[in-house]
Design a protein around this ligand. Structure first.
Ligand SMILES: [Cu+2]
Length: 147
């Protein structure tokens, strides 16, 4: 009888130990993973933000459109920024469209058009010319990065 009690106690204590060790190992693993992610996040080279935030908190970015590119490219903004693009075409009429932010504006040669949107989605978004501007038109792309 005593022997069986001892065995039972040993069995229960073993289970307890195994549970503790498992808990410890998993907890450590998740902390390490978390730290690794944080570290990775800090280390990642973030592109420099485009333009300047004015006194009203609006990020103003001057964009130059010309055959067949946008400058700067990429346009980089912070998540949540109110963005105002001042788009100037230096040669022929171009368009600037970013579908995800319902941006689509036509910019006549030599003129500047203003378009505003709120960068409420994180990620890289396709920016493209939406007005035929010559043989390279289909390749006139850019990227909006919301980080
Ligand atoms: Cu075009």
């Amino acid at each position: 009888m005593m022997e069986r009690m001892k065995k039972y106690c040993f069995f229960v204590m073993s289970l307890f130990f195994i549970a503790c060790i498992t808990q410890y190992v998993f907890a450590n693993a998740s902390i390490e993973k978390h730290e690794h992610n944080m570290h990775h996040h800090d280390e990642a080279q973030r592109p420099v933000l485009s333009g300047k935030v004015d006194e009203n908190g609006i990020r103003i970015v001057e964009v130059k459109a010309s055959r067949y590119k946008f400058e700067p490219d990429p346009i980089v903004v912070d998540l949540g920024d109110k963005v105002r693009l001042l788009i100037t075409s230096t040669d022929v009429t171009h368009g600037l469209a970013i579908s995800e932010f319902k941006v689509n504006v036509s910019v006549p040669a030599g003129e500047t058009q203003i378009v505003e949107f709120i960068a409420d989605k994180e990620g890289s978004f396709h920016m493209y010319c939406s007005v035929y501007c010559g043989p390279g038109h289909a390749h006139m792309h850019g990227t909006l990065v919301v980080q």
